[in-house]
Structure formats: C-alpha cells, structure tokens
Design a protein around this ligand. Structure first.
Ligand code: GCW
Length: 674
C-alpha cells in the first residue's frame, strides 16, 4: 500500500517521455571518497536513480562515460580538486552542482568543502530529477544561511509525544541502545535531504533521567545513526537535574557544587557523545524549574550551562517562552520584559530561542517583539511544525505560508527592511551563531506526520531553516512535485490550495485577530466560552473579552500597551493591519471594518468564508483523483471531510457564542444551514 512512508523521497519511475533524457544525464555514479557520509551519498544516489530511471546506475571509481555524476570534496576527489570550482562561496555545508567536461566526458559534478555538503548536494541533484529540471547545463551554488537547523522533539521517555498527533515517539528508548530501528536512518535521510543538521531528542518539559548514563548511551546510539547524515544530537536539560540526579539540595546557578555538577555532566556527555550539540532549556515557564527559583536571571542560568559545554564546542539554546500567571501583566508582554534587559549578558555560546509570536503558536500572531530588540544576543526562531492550535493532523494547513509571513515581518529595528529573517540569519546585528528550531510533527505513524499534507510542513520548515528568505510557494511546489506528481494539472491547483489553506484556518478558527479560543488543555475545537481554566492566562474569555459593548483586547496605550514593545513604525503597521484587529484593539460591535461591514457582520462573514474555502478544498482534491494513488487520495479526502465538518463546528459555535453578546442578527444570506 502507498502509505506515505517514503515522504518526498519516493523516487518513483519518471514518465516515459522524459526518461531517456534523464537516463542520458545520469548514467553512472562516481563517489570519490569512502567516509560514512560519502557512502550515504552513494547509497542515496543509487537508490534514487534506480527508482527514477528504472535500473540501477553503474557505480564506478572514476567516470567512464558521458553522464557520470561525480560526487566529493577536493580532499576526497582529485578530479574535483582539479576543477577549481568556487567552493570558497559555499562554506562548510554548501555545495556546487555543475555540468563539466573531464577527460573528454560530459559529467555532472556535485562538489562541496565537506562530505556533508556533498551529501546535501547529492540530495539536491536527485530532487532536480524528481522535479523534472533540465540537467544539460546545471549550475547550482547553494549554502545554508542559518547555522543551527534543528528539530525539537517534544518526546517523553515513555514515548508519549506532547502535542504529537502522529503516534508515539520514534525514539524507542526501551530497545535502545542495542536495537537501532532502521527508521532512524530514514529519519536521517529525510532530514539531510532538507539540510536539517540537528535534533533535540527529548521534550522541553524534560525529565532529569534523560541525562543519566543509561539514557546518554541510548542517545549516543541514535547519534551514531544520525552522524553520517550531518545531524547532531542535542538534549533538553531539566534545570533541577542537580537535585534529581545529582543528589544536591539546590540547583542554584551560583552554587559551586551545582556548577561542578553541570561541568562533570557535560564532560560525561562528551565522553559518550563526542559531537554532542548542546542543551535546550525551558526554564521558569509553565511550572518548569529554573534560575528564577533562586532569584537568578535567565542569563545566569544559561551561562552556567554554557560554561559547562563551552570547552567541548557545545551550545545552549535557552527558550524565551516564559510567562507566569502570578504577574498582573498581559501574558504576551512577559518574554520581552524579562529578556530585553538581559541583552548583552549571555555567553557567546548561548542563543535565545523565541517562538514566532509573543503568545503561543496561534493560527495567527504578530511577530514576537523580541526579534530585532536584542542587538547583543543572537535569537533563534522557534516554529511549531506540529499543529497544536491548527487542527492537529486532520486539518490541511500548509504552514510554509505561516512561516514565511513571520520571517518576512519587518521589525523596523534598524529601519525599513529589518525583517525577522535578517535577525534569524544573523545579518541584522552580525551574529555568527544563528538558528531555527521546528517543533517536530514526527511520530510512529507510517506516514510519519499524521497526514500526507503534514509532511509538507516538515519539509517547509527544513527548507526555510536553510534559507529563511525562500518562497513558501516555491517550496510547496517542490514538495508537491516530489510527493505526488509533476503534472501541471495537479501541481497548480494543489499548490494554490496549500497556499490558501493557512488563511482558511484563520478564517474558521480565529478571524480578525482573535486568539487562544480553542478548547482548554487539548487545544482542538472551539471553546471561546471557557472562563475557568485554572488560570486566567489559559482562559479564552481573557483573550477575546467579548461583552455586550464589544470585543477585543486593548493592547494600545489605553490598554496593556504591548504595542510599545515594537519599534514605532512596526507598531503602527501591526496596529493598522486588520488581520490583528482584535489582538490589539477593543472595538464596538458596530464599528466599521475595511469592507464597510460592522465588526459583527465581518466576523460572521469570515467564519462563513472559512467553511466555504474548506468546501472548495474538497472539490479541488476531488479533481486530483486521477493523479494520486488510491491510498493517499482517500486519506486526504477523508481528512478534508473531517475538516469541513469541523470548520462548520467552529463557525457555528463561535457565532452562536459571540452573538450572545452582540445580540445582532446574522447578516443577510449568512443564516446557518437548517
Ligand atoms: O504550546 C504550549 C503547549 C505545551 C508546551 C509549551 C511550550 C512543551 O501547550 O504543551 O510544552 O507550549 O512550548 O513549552
């Protein structure tokens, strides 16, 4: 059955009418060098070309004919060294793919400065065939613009995945380290095909156990599988580990014994995993321990860990997702308030990891005001690939469009064009330590991600981590071609559908800047009426503030003044954008929106539009039946049916609830179905 296991690395035979051209262009695989990474490149080319071209390619030590594909580095390959390619342009992980002549033969060279760069190039070469690009005169020069490109698994040691909608954790801790599930290799291949170069194996809500020797040995076994594919292993560290597994009475970062614990722990980790990447830490957030428990700052906490890993070349990714309900403050202001004053206090191997928005991965949020506000502290982007607040894995929502919106946002912190992407890739303040994290949507489901279209979100995350200025439309197209079909009759409508799907989910869940009105705890369906959720900042009514007078959260000067955390021009633009209306403003039901309709009418229209758009997605998909195998076609079709039913649920529930305040009729033509 075609269950989606192969992701975008399907390598199915290409159409007969193109096959000959590609057979001529890729006759022979010549990988010069024998490191595990280069052997992985050779194996991938073998696998890919065998599938695509219908027969295994010749594998030779040196080119013997036209159409040879020569892969390697100047160090591994005398041939590549002799070509004098401009490899100084592509850094340690980039590559050049170029048509060349050597010994009177026409070849395609895949060259890099490192073996991993060559592997990335091999994947790109296969992708060019998968997407039917011409191979006659190839000249691709590419390199990642961001250094740390990591997945964050919110995977617990008992294999439950927090906010995971695709089965259990793929990390089979019980059978590790002795049994290495072959799936780890496929995971590494998929990530390497995108250039993802690291992974945090365990949940940020971490258990100290993950830092004990048995678990380190298990993590080391995973690292062994991932290493040839250029991926490093990182671990989430529980800040109170010195107490839980170190036998100490405190985890105070100023305590010499605590510092000694972390130093010794880091030394131990690097003995077991010599290329360990470093720690990810969630501290003083949602009940997690942290330096604040000892009246120490986030910088003091982060620096202690950073000092411990520094001698080994490790880093600390310290999350800025902090908030506490004890503060009387607007929750969305807290991260900025805590971290902005710490700018300049972090060690140089610390990078602060910031969610795209100041709240929590909502269908739409303005960008976090921390981006651009810390010239002395590198910030990495944290995107959520798993769709916690966007319909889990049954709703079709292409997040590439979401990620692109966040990356393109202009912070105005150094004048016009100071985009979030420029903060993330380090150009804005000249930072060399740069990064992007994606909270993984990966699990034990055969299709990895819970649905076929959720594979596109993993894919888009990886491509944007490589190049934060890439076009999400181009990425969607690449993915659709590799995953399904190159037929324009398929590609065009499906890419259009993917690109619109983000705005669609905003329409049927949280239009006009509404936010956090999902069911408390699970975050799936609508529950704007919940007024008691244990704490105010988890309560939908706290966010929408609907009343007989109006709706929305005043975050302007007259209210919480969160708007003042942005550069003035950015604040102006955000506040004027109707997409953020109820996020920044409290308005009356009869206030006019840009369409000329009242706020109430506009809400009804948007919710309805969301449902109609899902119905349209279903029709589009029905037209795709001829291009898709039955298994994958049916699953997508069934999920879209769920999505339509639930979009209707969102619409009806939210309109009925908000109408109990607005007391206004539905606009003409917008009555719910009988
Ligand atoms: O989105 C919220 C989730 C929590 C998560 C937290 C975080 C890992 O509801 O499940 O915890 O964010 O990002 O730390």
């Amino acid at each position: 059955a075609d269950d989606g296991y192969d992701l975008w690395l399907r390598y199915r035979p290409i159409e007969a009418r193109y096959a000959d051209a590609y057979r001529t262009a890729a006759t022979e695989v010549v990988v010069q060098g024998s490191s595990p990474t280069l052997l992985a490149a050779r194996a991938e080319l073998n696998r890919g070309l065998s599938g695509l071209l219908g027969a295994a390619p010749l594998v030779s030590a040196a080119p013997t004919r036209d159409g040879a594909v020569v892969v390697g580095t100047p160090a591994s390959s005398p041939l590549i060294a002799s070509l004098r390619l401009p490899l100084d342009k592509v850094g340690p992980e980039g590559f050049i793919i170029r048509s060349a002549q050597t010994g009177g033969r026409r070849v395609t060279v895949v060259a890099a400065n490192s073996d991993v760069g060559a592997l990335y190039g091999a994947f790109r070469f296969l992708q060019m065939i998968q997407t039917r690009q011409p191979l006659e005169r190839v000249d691709v020069v590419d390199a990642p613009k961001v250094k740390i490109r990591v997945l964050n698994h919110w995977d617990n040691l008992d294999r439950h995945v927090e906010r995971g909608y695709s089965g259990q954790s793929i990390w089979d801790w019980w059978r590790l380290p002795d049994y290495k599930d072959p799936r780890y290799t496929d995971y590494a291949r998929a990530n390497a095909s995108l250039g993802i170069n690291g992974t945090v194996l365990n949940n940020v809500n971490a258990k100290a156990d993950s830092l004990t020797e048995p678990y380190l040995r298990k993590a080391a076994a995973v690292a062994d599988v991932l290493r040839p594919y250029g991926m490093k292993v990182y671990l989430s560290a529980r800040f109170s580990a010195p107490i839980e597994i170190g036998g100490l009475k405190t985890a105070d970062p100023q305590d010499p014994q605590v510092r000694a614990f972390w130093k010794a722990k880091a030394d131990e980790i690097y003995r077991i995993i010599p290329d360990f990447g470093g720690f990810l830490v969630k501290a003083n957030s949602e009940g997690q321990p942290g330096p604040g428990d000892y009246k120490r700052s986030h910088a003091e906490g982060a620096n202690m860990l950073a000092e411990a890993v520094a001698p080994h070349g490790g880093i600390v990714m310290w999350r800025a997702f902090v908030y506490s309900h004890e503060l009387p403050e607007d929750r969305i202001k807290q991260a900025y308030n805590e971290f902005k004053p710490l700018d300049g206090q972090f060690r140089d191997n610390v990078i602060v990891q910031v969610k795209n928005g100041p709240l929590d991965f909502q269908p739409r949020e303005p960008f976090s005001p921390l981006f651009g506000a810390t010239p002395k502290t590198p910030l990495m982007m944290e995107f959520q690939v798993t769709k916690e607040y966007l319909g889990f894995s049954t709703h079709l929502v292409y997040l590439g469009a979401y990620f692109e919106e966040a990356l393109k946002a202009d912070t105005w912190q150094k004048g016009k064009g100071s985009t979030v992407a420029k903060v993330v890739d380090g150009r804005m303040f000249g930072h060399r330590l740069t990064g992007m994290a994606g909270v993984a949507n990966i699990g034990t489901d055969r299709n990895w991600a819970g649905s076929i279209f959720d594979q596109a979100n993993w894919y888009a995350y990886g491509r944007l981590a490589w190049n934060p200025e890439a076009s999400s439309r181009a990425i969607a197209e690449e993915w659709a071609r590799q995953t399904f079909s190159n037929d324009p009759a398929f590609v065009t409508p499906v890419v259009d559908m993917m690109m619109k799907s983000r705005e669609t989910v905003v329409n049927y869940m949280t239009p006009l800047g509404l936010t956090h009105i999902m069911g408390t705890g699970h975050h799936y369906g609508p529950a704007p009426w919940v007024s008691e959720a244990g704490r105010a900042d988890w309560t939908p009514v706290y966010y929408h503030r609907a009343s007989p007078e109006g709706i929305g959260f005043d975050r302007m000067k007259t209210g919480s003044n969160a708007i003042a955390q942005y550069a003035p021009q950015a604040g102006k633009e955000l506040a004027a954008d109707e997409k953020n209306l109820l996020w920044f403003h409290r308005v009356k039901w009869d206030d006019k929106t840009q369409s000329g309709r009242t706020v109430w009418d506009e809400l009804v229209v948007r919710y309805t539009q969301g449902v109609q758009e899902v119905a349209q997605m279903r029709r589009t998909w029905e037209g795709m039946k001829p291009y898709v195998d039955a298994d994958r076609y049916e699953q997508v079709a069934d999920y879209l049916a769920i999505q339509e039913k639930e979009a209707q649920w969102w619409r009806d529930a939210c309109i009925a609830y908000f109408q109990s305040f607005s007391k206004r009729p539905l606009p003409a033509g917008y009555a719910p179905p009988a």
